[in-house]
Design a protein around this ligand. Structure first.
Ligand code: ZN
Length: 80
């Protein structure tokens, strides 16, 4: 499969340690986007799939903000 021009640009942006959407620096090499873009992506995906924010007793693991990890709190905080 031939990689498109946009995919090549995006891959190079991620490899250089920058967010492919806004160009800001990412936190670490494990994340594919900055915190704001990852949060927006998460909200869009939740809205598209009809999934709400995490609730105690619900499915899945608790967000990092609920678990008390302050360094990742901005990425997983739901303001709704
Ligand atoms: Zn970004």
């Amino acid at each position: 499969m031939v990689e498109s021009r946009q995919q090549t640009w995006r891959r190079a942006r991620i490899a250089s340690g920058r967010c492919p959407q806004c160009g800001k620096g990412r936190l670490d090499h494990y994340s594919w986007a900055c915190d704001a873009c990852a949060l927006n992506h998460r909200r869009r995906r939740q809205r598209r799939l009809g999934v709400g924010p995490w609730r105690p007793g619900g499915r899945g693991r608790p967000p990092l903000a609920v678990r008390g990890d302050e360094s990742q709190a901005i990425a997983s905080t739901d303001a709704e």
